[in-house]
Design a protein around this ligand. Structure first.
Ligand code: MG
Ligand code: MG
Length: 247
């Protein structure tokens, strides 16, 4: 899982470097595919099917711009412009094990509000990384994540949550970024050796989202911006290791 995580981290670093005004999300997708082939890994998102969508997901990456929350489809006509927020989500399987990570990138100069949204979402993931260790219940961490981002005046997307990860990208348990009755009733007791993909999605406005007619792209209902950060973390003695950490 460390090796898969390192490939994911390398691709996201490269795409972050490339993402600037004038670049299309299709160009980013092509580079991701080339790097996956070079690493002899498998891009996890390409070809995924959804009951809501007629077409399997066509991209190796999800590229979601501004009010797009997740599952944005890379496209030749989506040209990045200064002031955009781009969220890139990416996962691979290597040697039978998966890595999954996402980051939000500012394209050129972005508004102070967008910058604050990005920083709060990244900060929320950092809260989870600082708190995750054996013996802790996930609801304790989710409460701190939720408080952190709601204190900043933003809202946490409810319809998409993190997940266990291993030989498959999505494994049990569900790893929410907020406290719900459901979580409290069936809490996750963190133990050494667990691997989780923690992925807060945070909206500048309300947390409500909807899916576009393509069956994939999820956007905010109010049209306001969204940000997304994700790491695959392994629970180890005394803390956690970020397997998708970028060097
Ligand atoms: Mg992901
Ligand atoms: Mg994920």
């Amino acid at each position: 899982m460390r090796r898969a995580g390192a490939v994911v981290a390398g691709v996201l670093s490269k795409l972050q470097e490339m993402a600037e005004p004038g670049v299309t999300t299709a160009q980013l997708d092509r580079v991701a595919l080339e790097m996956v082939a070079e690493a002899r890994a498998e891009a996890l998102f390409k070809g995924v099917r959804s009951p809501q969508a007629r077409q399997p997901f066509p991209g190796a990456i999800c590229a979601s711009v501004n009010d797009e929350v997740v599952h944005g489809i890379p496209c030749e006509t989506t040209v990045l412009r200064a002031g955009d927020l781009l969220s890139v989500d990416f996962g691979v399987r290597l040697g039978g094990y998966c890595g999954d990570s996402a980051t939000t990138v500012a394209i050129g100069e972005v508004s102070p509000e967008k910058r604050r949204l990005m920083d709060a979402t990244k900060g929320m993931l950092d809260v989870a990384i600082a708190e995750a260790r054996p013996g802790v219940r996930w609801s304790q961490i989710a409460r701190k994540m939720q408080q952190y981002v709601e204190d900043a005046g933003f809202s946490i997307v409810r319809d998409f949550v993190g997940h266990g990860i291993g030989t498959k990208m999505h494994e049990e348990p569900k790893v929410p970024n907020f406290v719900s009755r459901e979580l409290l009733a069936d809490d996750i007791f963190l133990t050494e050796g667990m691997v989780l993909a923690v992925e807060p999605m945070v909206n500048a406005g309300s947390y409500h989202v909807r899916t576009l007619a393509n069956g994939w792209t999820v956007v905010t209902k109010d049209g306001k911006c969204s940000a997304h950060f994700e790491h695959t973390i392994a629970i180890v003695k005394g803390g956690c290791d970020v397997l998708t950490a970028r060097v």
